[in-house]
Design a protein around this ligand. Structure first.
Ligand SMILES: [Zn+2]
Length: 202
């Protein structure tokens, strides 16, 4: 005669399976907020105002001087949510990053509620444009994110530039990057980026 499992075992098992199934449906990627691991990511963390304890800064050095000594670039602008600095390989390109660490655009769009993701996208777009104009005295043409798996640094970063960034393969194609023209409104640009990223991943 076959032994039957007690009712509570059946219920617990069903609940556990339901939880796994729902996590598979709603979580397409790992949403844990990770810490910077590579040296470049640690420098992005440093540019964003964090990771100070990981770098030995001399007392007579400013934060910017210490950044240049250890990472090669310095923070051009910092707000409560973003930091901007030059692409170390191409000073025609301004990078703007969230101060909170997201690995890439999929991590942000998949793991935050839409209003939070849109608000951060708007800040990144706005600050990227502002810093580009302040430093280059001309309006940018493109603002682009690498798509997931096409990024070399696992810290979400928006590229703001004119023409091409050959070393980054930008603006690239819709398969490799999500780009907007920098002359559309910030609200429009954020919505287009969100749709481009969310639409492709669904
Ligand atoms: Zn990049």
């Amino acid at each position: 005669m076959m032994a039957t499992a007690p009712l509570w075992v059946v219920i617990v098992t069903i609940l556990a399976l339901a939880q796994v199934a729902s996590s598979l449906v709603t979580r397409r990627i790992d949403c844990n907020i990770s810490t910077a691991t590579s040296y470049v990511e640690t420098c992005f963390c440093f540019y964003s105002g964090g990771c100070l304890s990981l770098f030995e800064c001399q007392e007579n050095h400013t934060w910017n001087t210490c950044q240049i000594l250890h990472c090669g670039e310095k923070t051009l602008d910092i707000t409560s949510s973003t930091a901007s600095f030059f692409n170390i390989k191409d000073h025609g390109d301004v990078l703007t990053i969230p101060r909170k660490h997201y690995r890439d655009i999929a991590h942000l769009v998949d793991c935050e509620a839409k209003p939070i993701a849109i608000e951060l996208l708007e800040h990144l777009l706005k600050d990227g444009r502002r810093v580009f104009i302040e430093k280059k005295h001309v309006s940018p043409e493109y603002q682009c994110f690498h798509r997931q798996h096409f990024t070399t640094v696992s810290w979400l970063h928006l590229h703001t530039f004119i023409g091409f960034v050959p070393g980054e393969g930008l603006p690239g194609t819709s398969a490799t990057a999500a780009c907007v023209f920098a002359n559309v409104t910030i609200k429009d640009a954020a919505q287009r980026l969100w749709t481009a990223i969310d639409g492709q991943q669904s």
